[in-house]
Design a binder for this molecule. Structure first.
Ligand code: GTP
Ligand code: MG
Length: 455
């Protein structure tokens, strides 16, 4: 029995495993092809009996199932666009998640990891939410924290890879495998925030655009809206994730689904009885919209593409395309390269040694520069000090001369004063002598007169 879009019936217990086996066989075949090409010239020899290495795909499946899988989804979309509801609907559970207020000062990313199990397959699922996205008046920086978050996960993986003692086998890979970009059901066109954000993210993550709350938009408007969104994405050069068409087993369904993008989805965990079946739906006064009815929305297409058919491809694309690009840029930034200027292979060891020599050369150059600068400074300071010393000497000589002149002047003055004093003293003595003589002369005259009077 096929669903309206031609999907196989809902997964029975072993369907995921079948897909997994197919994907693993494909990857084994790809690596065998690489090995064959690498070992060209090796002689093909027939086996005369069963050896057992045909169990290789089973061994791989068993090992992968035992190890478990991890998948990380990033939900980018404005507050209240139905992100949490869609995640709950997709995974048939209730993840915790409080509604966000619209008054966030900026965009922050919140990550939650859950352990899920279906049959014997364990999935470590991480859901990352953009809290406060689209709520600021100035939305210019909104994409930045998302880009930083994605890069931080790549960086953590790269650091683990570069460690001497790596534990990649048990490492919790937090790199984002799929970014569900929630578009508001305006029916008009993409907002500039959507275009800018998707443009900034397209080389870092697999973007799957979806029209959220698509029950808010009529069927004819939806067709036009999808065409408008697709043409806007193309004209702005935004590369969204394309479901792969190189694997024959899924090529047809994937290429059909590529033409349905962006998926118009509805989320609900509410169950309603339709006929004799309980189905997930949203009930309105005018009717009921069924989440899993392909005439009502593309939810089934999204679930099929994201989880049931392309989950492994999303993981692989993340590793081989997006992480590879990050790693390459980062290593080039650090000065590592695969070839020398003559395009000859250049090993990591050679790069390291070249870098080390370059660094040591620079260090020596810097040291020599510093030494010369130091000598120059010392010379300058010495000259400055000599100049200051000379000035001090001159000043001292000037002051000494001034002092001697002053002293000489004072001595001359003292001498003239002494002379004056001596002259004065001489004059004084002479004057006193004269005065005494005069007094004595005066005294004898008076005595003579007294005698004359008495007589
Ligand atoms: N009409 C309609 N409403 C929906 C749909 N999905 C969710 N809602 C409703 O939208 C409201 C917000 O849904 P959430 O799932 O909390 O949205 P959110 O994007 O996680 O919100 P924040 O985490 O606060 O950003 C709830 O009332 C949901 O019932 C949908 O497909 N159609
Ligand atoms: Mg939420």
């Amino acid at each position: 029995m096929m669903s309206p879009s031609g999907f196989p019936p809902p997964p029975v217990k072993s369907q995921q495993q079948r897909i997994l086996v197919l994907q693993l066989i494909a990857s084994v075949m790809a690596s065998t092809e690489i090995a064959r090409q690498a070992g060209e010239g090796a002689r093909a020899v027939p086996l005369s009996g069963h050896v057992g290495f045909d169990s290789m795909p089973d061994q791989l499946v068993n090992r992968s199932v035992n190890h478990g899988f991890c998948f990380n989804i990033l939900c980018v979309g404005e507050t209240g666009l139905g992100k949490s509801t869609l995640m709950d609907t997709l995974f048939n559970t209730k993840f915790e998640g409080e509604p966000t207020q619209h008054n966030q000062p900026g965009v922050t990313l919140k990550s939650n990891t859950y352990e899920l199990q279906e049959s014997n397959v364990r999935l470590k699922l991480t859901i990352v939410n953009t809290v406060g996205f689209g709520d600021q008046i100035n939305k210019e920086e909104s994409y930045k924290s998302i880009v930083e978050f994605i890069d931080a996960q790549f960086e953590a993986y790269l650091q683990e890879e570069l460690k001497i003692k790596r534990t990649l086998h048990s490492y919790h890979d937090t790199r984002i495998h799929a970014c569900l970009y929630f578009i508001a059901p305006t029916g008009h066109s993409l907002k500039s925030l959507d275009l800018v954000t998707m443009k900034k993210l397209d080389s870092k993550v697999n973007i799957i655009p979806i029209i959220a709350k698509s029950d808010a938009i009529s069927k004819s408007e939806l067709t036009k809206f999808k065409i408008k969104i697709t043409s806007e994405l193309v004209s702005n050069g935004v590369q969204i994730y394309q479901f792969p068409t190189d694997d024959e087993s899924v090529a047809e369904i994937n290429s059909t689904m590529n033409s349905h993008l962006p998926f118009a989805v509805i989320g609900s965990t509410e169950e309603v009885k339709i006929g004799n079946k309980m189905v997930k739906a949203r009930q309105y006064p005018w009717g009921t919209v069924q989440v899993e009815n392909e005439n009502h929305c593309d939810f089934v297409k999204l679930r099929e593409m994201l989880i049931r058919v392309n989950m492994e491809d999303l993981r692989e694309q993340t590793h081989t395309r997006h992480y590879e690009l990050y790693r390459r840029c980062k290593l080039e930034e650090m000065g590592f390269k695969d070839t020398d200027p003559d395009s000859k292979p250049f090993s990591l060891q050679e790069t390291y040694e070249a870098k080390r020599n370059e660094f040591m050369g620079e260090l020596q150059k810097k040291e020599e520069e510093m030494r010369q600068m130091f000598v120059q400074r010392v010379k300058e300071k010495e000259a400055e000090l000599k100049e200051a010393e000379k000035e001090l000497h001159e000043k001292f000589d000037r002051l000494k001369k001034l002092h001697q002149d002053e002293k000489k002047k004072l001595e001359e003055k003292k001498k003239s004063l002494d002379d004056e004093l001596n002259t004065f003293k001489q004059k004084k003595t002479a004057a006193e002598l004269l005065q005494n003589q005069a007094q004595q002369a005066g005294g004898s005259t008076t005595l003579k007169r007294d005698k004359e009077r008495k007589n």
